[in-house]
Design a protein around this ligand. Structure first.
Ligand SMILES: [Zn+2]
Length: 338
């Protein structure tokens, strides 16, 4: 019995090996096209991240004293003046790399740390720079949020500004401007007028639709208005907190255009989709589910309207656009009917 089973087992294993070898040599070649990493990269417009190398980050001088720091998906700026360094948003898990990057260009100490907003992914390594007289600056709402979070990795600001704050160091003026609620409360612009450089985090990533639900917006209308106001400032390039590179003013305008067109498409979709129609086609007797189906159909229609122009123009279209449509529909249903 044992011998018979052993022979049987041996035959099966041999057959498996032959099948695997055959698959390896002929299976791949016979399939119409083999899969490569690019098959999973994108379903629309796509910009690959450049290799970061062993360092794990790269820096680029944008203007005298102003440096762009990026770890690929995240970024910030730091300003290395003759009187000390101003850093912005010490990215969570990347603070040590930021220290290294700064030491590449200056031996001056960090004097100011500016938070664009309170979110942990952007400022989670702030504790590495706190102390030694470093002044932390943020909008008053950012300070309030951080008080609530009680996170030792995100020390509280020393300077809590209202609408504006001017920071002067080493002959450079840095303007902090609050454009209003949107990506939570307190998200502020860091603007260097003499260099025509701006940092505006999370709302306007170049060549990308906004992140999920308009970057988890708390007020889509004010958020869009804030971008309009930002565009009135005199700047050539901006840093969005994400992506491996800064953006141009034209690229910020393009994202604003997407905000506007998604709003328009949502209005058109509301007009195109009849609630009674959805009701007549559904099988559900559950009124909540019926509403869910109606709203999903509206979002689907809004996405369909936007797709020809935007899918191959901005990254993230397939991932986030239906959600954006939904946010606009909520806005029309709760704040201002179209
Ligand atoms: Zn954020």
């Amino acid at each position: 019995m044992f011998t018979k089973f052993g022979t049987y087992y041996f035959r099966i294993s041999r057959l498996l090996v032959i099948l695997m070898v055959a698959w390896f040599f002929f299976g791949c070649a016979a399939s119409p096209r083999s899969l490569s990493i690019d098959d999973f990269a994108s379903d629309g417009y796509y910009e690959p991240l450049p290799p970061l190398g062993e360092k794990g980050y790269f820096i680029k001088q944008l203007a005298p004293e102003v440096y762009f720091f990026s770890t690929g998906a995240y970024n910030n700026i730091f300003i290395a003046t003759s009187e000390g360094v101003v850093i912005t948003d010490p990215i969570k898990g990347k603070g040590k790399l930021l220290k290294k990057a700064i030491s590449e260009v200056t031996s001056q100490p960090v004097k100011f740390m500016v938070y664009s907003h309170s979110h942990i992914d952007h400022i989670g390594d702030a504790y590495l720079f706190a102390g030694n007289g470093v002044q932390i600056v943020a909008h008053v709402e950012t300070g309030k949020a951080l008080k609530r979070y009680r996170d030792k990795n995100r020390p509280l600001p020393h300077i809590n500004f209202g609408t504006n704050y001017s920071l002067s160091i080493g002959g450079i003026n840095i303007e902090l401007i609050y454009m209003g609620e949107g990506h939570g409360k307190g998200n502020s612009i860091i603007y260097i007028p003499s260099r025509k450089i701006m940092m505006y985090v999370d709302l306007v990533t170049p060549k990308s639709v906004p992140f999920k639900n308009f970057a988890y917006t708390s007020d889509i209308y004010t958020q869009m208005k804030a971008i309009e106001k930002a565009l009135k400032l005199d700047f050539d390039i901006y840093v969005a907190g994400h992506l491996h590179r800064p953006g141009t003013k034209e690229e910020m305008k393009e994202i604003l255009e997407y905000y506007r067109e998604s709003k328009k498409a949502s209005i058109e979709a509301i007009k195109n989709i009849s609630f009674l129609d959805v009701r007549s086609k559904t099988k559900t007797k559950d009124v909540e589910r019926l509403f869910g189906e109606y709203l999903d159909t509206v979002a689907e229609e809004c996405y369909r309207i936007l797709k020809p122009k935007w899918k191959h123009r901005l990254m993230g279209f397939e991932a986030f656009t239906k959600g954006h449509c939904d946010i606009w529909t909520s806005y029309h249903r709760t704040q201002k009917a179209p």
